[in-house]
Design a binder for this molecule. Structure first.
Ligand code: DC
Length: 223
């Protein structure tokens, strides 16, 4: 079976970009699990659902269709919500600000983790998220936990948003990320935490290419 590679870490540590490039270099499938939580959040915001109501969120998660396709530019996941392409919309600041609250809901996590596990069972996948090495694919052959300083992570998110024409101050970005970190790490169900056997990589002073190469080498391949 082709390898399963789990990449976890806080927001802005470079997981998605690294996982996408790594999957492309190694000919594996890439799954951005955060995109699924974002799609549910977008749908909840559109429908005016109270994000603190676990019952409403669970019903929503059961009934909406989220399809992830692997045919975006640069191997990006394309995300379809009830058949509509929401790849761009799920990255809106409004979604980013609310997604941690939705991801805290145990019923939502159970539904999404089951789908992610199914994809993982086929093998040949690079999956990134918060609980991939611990809950979704604890049996993955390779596990990595990426970190970077809060300031560097905020700078990266700032640059991403700026490329889309949105401006946000560094202090505000650091504050938003730190709030998300606290919710993601402090929640009772599947909190953000490294698997005991994960390899830790501090990406603060590394380029994406360096991180991809380091991971590829750790798995006995070259990228
Ligand atoms: O990686 P991201 O920023 O797109 O993730 C969005 C949110 O979803 C983040 O606040 C944490 C949550 N998430 C999660 O709880 N578990 C995952 N496997 C992936 C993301």
């Amino acid at each position: 079976m082709k390898p399963r590679i789990a990449i976890d870490g806080p927001a802005g540590a470079g997981k998605s970009t690294v996982a996408r490039a790594l999957a492309q270099a190694l000919g594996l499938t890439y799954l951005d699990t955060g995109a699924m939580y974002r799609a549910i959040t977008l749908s909840a915001l559109r429908k005016g659902i109270n994000l603190s109501d676990a019952g409403d969120l669970a019903r929503l998660a059961q009934h909406i269709s989220i399809e992830i396709r692997n045919d975006g530019p640069d191997n990006q996941n394309m995300v379809f919500l009830d058949g509509q392409d929401v790849t761009e919309e799920i990255r809106l600041p409004e979604v980013s600000r609310n997604v941690s609250v939705v991801a805290r809901c145990p019923q939502v996590r159970t539904i999404l983790a089951a789908r992610q596990r199914q994809i993982g069972m086929r093998g040949g996948v690079v999956m990134d998220g918060r609980d991939i090495g611990t809950i979704v694919m604890p049996e993955a052959e390779y596990k990595f936990f990426l970190t970077a300083s809060l300031e560097e992570r905020a700078r990266r998110r700032q640059a991403e948003l700026e490329a889309k024409g949105e401006k946000i101050g560094l202090a505000q970005m650091m504050n938003e990320l730190s709030v998300r970190d606290q919710i993601d790490s402090g929640r009772e169900c599947a909190p953000l935490c490294p698997a005991a056997d994960a390899v830790h990589i501090d990406t603060t002073e590394m380029t994406i290419e360096q991180v991809v190469r380091k991971i590829a080498v750790s798995t006995g391949r070259s990228a």
